[in-house]
Design a protein around this ligand. Structure first.
Ligand code: GLP
Length: 247
């Protein structure tokens, strides 16, 4: 389930080729999208290719994995803002079909239930992009999250707050909670691509490879997914044994 590419650009090329094939074969596909620096080359490549090919995106629905609780769409560190900057702002998606958790919702429990229902009512996610935290989180499902979790509010772990505070002017501005898709919505996706690039992901890739399927390593649940790929560049692959890449 591990696939190695020389560079983040080569990964972007591979992922975007699959992404465009999916949209061509299913113009009303439901996409699960992720944020983070890992996704930036992928979104840049997708913008370029879909513009060159004049791809019709008007029937596509997107669900983002997560959003910080307390940040509105205009906050530069919100995931709404990230998606606008890195993907949606440059392309003609139907804005009514772009879905992200609302970090400013009044009734969080109700909002989570509604977000989960929306995904379910569209038949689930066809194609899910994932990054990974250095502690093995996917979305914001931190270590210890039950495997049967649905969209929910999480208390961000200390490790995640340290990792992600690099985006905030000072760490005290970093939110302590987020809304995330649960592990059950992620596992229900028909196809999952987890991307990890850079030397700072090498240790978590080795941990994931050696880990049993356990809630302490949220990404390990993907070992039970029938169609999940873990895609790494050379730097993130540096602590993985050669057997990891034998299919
Ligand atoms: C955040 C997001 C995750 C993402 C992770 C990795 O914590 N909630 O979905 O996978 O960042 O981010 P990066 O790609 O910047 O390493």
């Amino acid at each position: 389930m591990f696939y190695r590419f020389p560079t983040p650009q080569a990964i972007a090329e591979y992922v975007v080729t699959q992404w465009i094939e999916l949209i061509r074969s299913k113009p009303n596909a439901v996409l699960g999208l992720a944020t983070g620096s890992t996704m930036e080359p992928v979104y840049a490549r997708f913008i370029e290719s879909s513009q060159n090919q004049n791809l019709n995106l008007s029937d596509i629905t997107t669900f983002n994995l997560d959003e910080y609780l307390g940040l509105g769409p205009d906050h530069p560190q919100s995931y709404h803002y990230y998606m606008q900057q890195h993907l949606f702002g440059a392309l003609h998606f139907d804005t009514k079909k772009i879905c992200l958790p609302n970090g400013l919702c009044h009734d969080v429990a109700q909002h989570c239930a509604q977000y989960s229902r929306q995904i379910h009512d569209l038949g689930g996610i066809d194609w899910q992009l994932l990054g990974i935290g250095t502690n093995g989180h996917i979305g914001f499902n931190e270590p210890g999250t039950p495997f049967n979790s649905q969209v929910h509010v999480v208390d961000l772990s200390e490790q995640t707050r340290i990792d992600n505070s690099r985006f905030f002017a000072d760490k005290s501005q970093m939110p302590t909670q987020a809304i995330t898709m649960g592990l059950s919505e992620i596992m229900a996706a028909k196809q999952v691509l987890l991307l990890a690039t850079g030397a700072n992901k090498a240790q978590v890739m080795a941990d994931l490879y050696h880990s049993p399927v356990t809630e302490n390593m949220p990404a390990s649940i993907l070992k039970q997914h029938p169609n999940a790929k873990i895609i790494v560049d050379e730097a993130a692959a540096s602590l993985l044994p050669a057997e990891a890449f034998r299919q």
